[in-house]
Ligand binder design. Structure first.
Ligand code: CP
Length: 309
């Protein structure tokens, strides 16, 4: 598929062929990045980074990716510094930013906001997270991380643990893993289970999905353990957050006892769901995962702008 001009809004939009294309271009960017500090593929292009919600990794890795490609960046890191604070609508903001930039990366608290932006935008929109909806560029860098860490994605058993109800990274990720025949284990307390619509659809599509609340039994079977944060900002009832926030804590003792060969991932930020003594284990991949955001986002920017060579 030719990626030039497309929006990246959801994990659902990709075929296996598309995903292998992204992995290939990301690997090429990674190799070039290790040889050269910067490339000039996007010299003269400008990216608009519109972040209506807090971010460290998504915003900074997209900005780094654009700089490493020789392009420029404009934008804002909180809605309060844009004219949204004066009552400007999302549509008008996008139409205005279209006058300045060649591509937009947007994070916004509302599900569907990236699609809304893409519908009015004249330049490609890359969804950097829309509420509890989707986070497709994170899912793509997660896929790339599994590819690098495990020597391929096909057939790996992936356990996803934590807030699967609100987790946009896992909502996007499962739509990619299904193309690689990865058995999936969903580990969550009852109130934070993966939405039934997603679980049932995956099963109907032939994906092997197990659901459990028991982290240790899932860890024992997993090639990849993908931990996620219980997301305080998604809870309407603070007492419910307090009750659930410590549901899962992965410790070094647990990994060494149950499955020392597992690859441990996390989109970050973490709060307390992985103790810091796990960080030095060889399978603790989450900071390497954060680094992979740069080559993967370089690939996506170059692909949607039609400038990969
Ligand atoms: N993984 C991720 O989306 O992190 P940020 O919220 O820091 O961007």
């Amino acid at each position: 598929m030719d990626f030039e001009g497309i929006d990246i809004l959801s994990g659902k939009q990709f075929s296996r062929e598309n995903l292998d294309q992204v992995l290939g271009v990301a690997a090429d960017m990674d190799e070039r990045l290790r040889e050269d500090r910067s490339l000039d593929l996007l010299d003269g292009y400008v990216m608009g980074a519109l972040f209506f919600e807090p971010s460290t990794r998504t915003r900074l890795s997209f900005e780094t990716a654009m700089h490493r490609l020789g392009g420029g960046v404009v934008g804002f890191a909180q809605a309060g510094t844009s004219s949204v604070a004066k009552g400007e609508s999302l549509n008008d903001t996008i139409r205005t930013v279209n006058q300045y930039v060649d591509v937009i990366v947007m994070r916004h608290p509302e599900i569907g906001s990236a699609k809304q932006a893409a519908d009015v935008s004249t330049v490609p929109v890359l969804n950097g997270g829309d509420g509890a909806g989707q986070h497709p560029t994170q899912a793509l860098l997660d896929l790339y991380t599994i590819h690098v860490e495990r020597g391929g994605v096909d057939g790996n058993t992936i356990a996803l643990c934590g807030d699967l109800k609100n987790g946009r990274t896992v909502h996007a990720g499962v739509e990619l893993y299904k193309h690689y025949a990865c058995p999936l284990i969903f580990v969550a307390p009852e109130p934070l289970k993966m939405p039934a619509e997603i679980t049932e659809r995956l099963r109907a599509e032939g994906v092997d999905v197990e659901e459990t609340a028991d982290l240790e039994s899932a860890l024992a079977k997993a090639d990849v353990l993908y931990m996620t944060r219980i997301q305080k900002e998604r809870f309407e009832d603070p007492a419910e957050y307090e009750r659930l926030k410590g549901s899962y804590v992965l410790t070094r003792e647990m990994v060494e006892r149950v499955n020392p060969d597992v690859t441990i991932m996390h989109p970050l930020p973490r709060v307390n769901e992985i103790t810091t003594d796990v960080d030095e284990l060889p399978g603790a991949a989450y900071f390497r995962e954060a680094r992979n955001g740069v080559p993967v986002r370089m690939a996506l920017l170059a692909m949607v702008l039609g400038e990969t060579n």
